[in-house]
Design a protein around this ligand. Sequence first.
Ligand code: SAM
Length: 218
Amino acid sequence: MEPSFWHERWENEQIGFHQGDVNPFLIQHWRDLNLPNDASIFVPLCGKSLDMCFLAEQGHQVIGCELNQQGVEQFFLDNNLPMQTSSHGTHPCYATEQLAIYQGDIFTLSEEVTRECSGFYDRAALIAWPESMRHAYVKKLAALLPSGSQGMLITLDFETDVISGPPFAVSELWVNQHLSEFFEIQQLACIDVLADNPRFLNKQATWLNEVIYRLVRK
Ligand SMILES: C[S@@+](CC[C@H](N)C(=O)[O-])C[C@H]1O[C@@H](n2cnc3c(N)ncnc32)[C@H](O)[C@@H]1O
């Protein structure tokens, strides 16, 4: 989506993607990655996700990237975290102990920022892009991640005509076809989450899968 779409979402508080709790699949599967506690973790399109707090609580250094300034400021306010701002090229950086969020477009984020990252976490980032922009995002994500880094990708898959996204359905086939150039891919879980999603139930969706992958940057 274009930046204006997301800025309007934040402006109008239409942020249905934001979860009031840490993602249960992150809690359940993060340890499957076996990353050292002090690993730096990149969180693309991070919003104000509480998942970043979970990652910091595991001992990780967390580096997020979020387009919208309000989203970044709300993250620190909502969680009562003191923060300091500094400037990094075109991206202001909002930081507290163990956590830094670079505010701006991921496509212009410098690879310097993520150079030390050995882990990453993508929830509702890949699936936020329509298919026409998704491959460009994958290429940029791959460019930002050092070889050998590993992470968790959480997608949603459903019949594509059920809703006009975001979120957009991303099939296992799409993941294998478009990510295997850059990543080793292992599916960790596939769970039917239709019963927990009124938006999809109201549209008479018959299935909705949340799929968890472990990715290793080649
Ligand atoms: C669907 S939300 C997911 C947020 C977060 N991952 C979560 O789980 O709550 C997508 C987020 O990406 C941000 N975003 C969209 N385009 C972006 C871009 N080009 N660069 C950085 N962030 C972007 C939006 O402002 C929005 O907060």
